[in-house]
Ligand binder design. Structure first.
Ligand code: HEC
Length: 280
């Protein structure tokens, strides 16, 4: 897929860069509320800058060498439970859990690869000009961290740390007395990963593509357990219409155990409803 190259930057960023030429590549980094904008040369001059060799690069599908800065060096002080959001210059967004990105040491380690202005990378596709630059997230030893292809965003224009979903939307939280091992907590993790990208619950969440899953009614209040399991696995086997948008969740995405825990979380939240404002 060809993604056009144009510089993505808000008004605030334009003022902060103090008149830098709009065509000069830059990355804006927002970590813990502090914002900074870097040109490639500024990142390459950081003491943490190094060379990495990636035997199986995801964007180029071959061995690549890059000049790069460890992500952990750019996001010092960001919490392990936060999310780091990568925005590409065409607006594509990848929300990645912070913990693996902040790891250092002998396992999988994330680097922000920097395309040197005087030595551009090859195009992603023969015959096209777009490269993976100006900034590209690459991983050393990805196999040791189970790092998937979606975790290699390229053509990055902005990187920001975002507080965890539960910090931003406390109404999603299960009762605080539950142990870390409680199935309800595992169920919340499954909800966060698979469902929060489209649904709110207790009116909390970033996306409103699907209906709220707790107010006015929680699906565990009006669907039998077997019907609800079937709906989540393959919505069209319960109710079928052409414009439906909810995807399937086969066992490869959501194991039987995760589905059981997810239903325990949903049932638990039925007793923790927020007041619903009246319909205007
Ligand atoms: C890509 C967006 C998307 C994702 C991801 C998603 N849903 Fe949905 N969901 C929808 C939409 C949209 C509907 C409304 C029906 C439709 O258009 O398919 C819906 C409907 C539902 C319903 C039926 C509500 C009703 O009473 O009709 C339930 C229950 C539900 N979703 C639960 C879940 C759960 C649990 C997950 C996570 C495992 C999930 N959904 C993930 C978009 C999504």
């Amino acid at each position: 897929m060809h993604r056009p190259r144009f510089f993505f930057c808000g008004v605030l960023c334009a003022t902060l860069t103090q008149g830098a030429a709009a065509t000069e590549p830059e990355v804006t980094i927002v970590a813990g509320g502090r914002m900074a904008t870097y040109a490639p040369a500024a990142l390459l001059a950081l003491p943490a800058a190094t060379h990495v060799t990636i035997p199986d690069d995801v964007a180029y599908k071959r061995e690549m060498s890059f000049r790069a800065v460890p992500v952990a060096a750019l996001f010092a002080g960001v919490g392990q439970d936060e999310t780091i959001r990568f925005v590409a210059n065409d607006g594509f967004v990848a929300n990645l859990p912070a913990a693996p990105l902040l790891a250092r040491g002998a396992g999988a380690v994330a680097y922000l690869a920097i395309e040197p202005p005087d030595a551009p990378w090859p195009p992603l596709k023969a015959g096209e000009s777009a490269t993976a630059g100006p900034f590209y997230l690459v991983w050393v030893r990805p196999e040791l961290g189970g790092i998937r292809a979606e975790q290699w965003p390229y053509q990055i224009a902005r990187i920001e740390s975002v507080a965890s979903l539960i910090k931003r939307y406390p109404m999603l939280a299960p009762a605080s007395g539950l142990s870390a091992q409680d199935p309800i907590r595992h169920g919340f993790a499954a909800y966060e990963k698979n469902c929060a990208v489209c649904h709110t619950l207790n009116l909390g969440g970033d996306a409103t593509i699907g209906p709220d899953l707790n107010v006015p009614y929680n699906p565990t209040e009006y669907l039998r357990v077997d019907a609800l399991r079937r709906l989540i696995r393959d919505p069209q086997t319960l109710r079928r219409w052409p414009a439906a948008k909810m995807p399937n969740f086969p066992a490869t995405t959501l194991s039987d155990r995760e589905l059981t825990d997810l239903l325990a979380y949903l049932r638990h939240m039925a007793d923790r409803k927020v007041a619903l404002p009246p319909i205007k």
